[in-house]
Design a protein around this ligand. Structure first.
Ligand code: 6PG
Length: 232
């Protein structure tokens, strides 16, 4: 696993450049680009900028998945899909067939199974055993969680399934999330961490402190890039 750390005062612009460069490389090599979006608030300016500057990408050959989702309807203000729709999907006029939404509005176990089944079908169509993302964007929570893999939750210990429903006691709610087997199968991981996150947390994850779930992101045949926003 290669690791690159980019510290930048131009967080959104550098993140978009990274994404677009990888998209063009993937499209040239495999005629498609498979990207998983992260949720929360950090990606908002990145997706907004991507919609503005990535408009000429062949979005019909780009497949967008979601690394995790809250178990809420797609129009709920907590929905990661809603955030992506507002900042990227609508402004960039992305085709519906490019978006694979996690159905947070239905029973969590069913939603997770149907999403995993869809990814498995796409993998099989490509001669793969497990769907391999070209890029998975990940955020970093204040407690070191990533996607919806929180310390002490069953989802963090999942070793077989690729997508699960994970009960998060910290929020007393269910989440849909990629598991480490799926995350660590990606060609490229990119952590997007803005300047609001503590250096102590970031250093702890970079040093591999096991108390942080994000420390367990180690793609077996992929690379990890950290784009760290710096105070302007
Ligand atoms: C989510 C995210 C989660 C997020 C971190 C950071 O659904 O909340 O996927 O993993 O990336 O919690 O969130 P912020 O970007 O809002 O700080």
């Amino acid at each position: 696993m290669g690791r690159e750390i980019i510290r930048t005062k131009n967080f959104a612009a550098d993140a978009v450049n990274f994404i677009v460069d990888l998209a063009r490389k993937s499209l040239a090599e495999r005629n498609e680009f498979r990207i998983a979006l992260s949720g929360g608030n950090t990606p908002r300016p990145v997706y907004t900028e991507l919609a503005r500057t990535g408009r000429d990408l062949p979005w019909e050959r780009i497949l967008i998945t979601f690394g995790d989702e809250r178990c809420v309807p797609p129009d709920d203000e907590q929905s990661n899909y809603r955030m992506a729709r507002e900042t990227l999907v609508v402004p960039a006029h992305l085709p519906d067939r490019s978006i694979m939404r996690m159905r947070g509005e239905i029973e969590p176990q069913i939603a997770a199974q149907e999403y995993q089944d869809h990814l498995d079908l796409l993998a099989t169509q490509r001669g793969e055993h497990v769907y391999r993302h070209d890029l998975i964007l990940l955020g970093l929570g204040e407690d070191g969680h990533t996607a919806s893999l929180f310390s002490g939750t069953a989802g963090l210990e999942e070793t077989a399934r690729r997508v699960i429903a994970n009960f998060v006691p910290q929020f007393n709610s269910w989440r849909l999330t990629f598991t480490l087997p799926l995350i660590n199968h990606a060609r490229q991981i990119c952590f997007l961490v803005n300047a609001t996150k503590q250096e102590k947390l970031i250093d702890g994850v970079l040093k591999g402190d096991p108390k942080y779930p994000a420390s367990r992101v180690n793609p077996s045949a992929g690379d990890v890039t950290w784009i760290l926003g710096q105070p302007s």
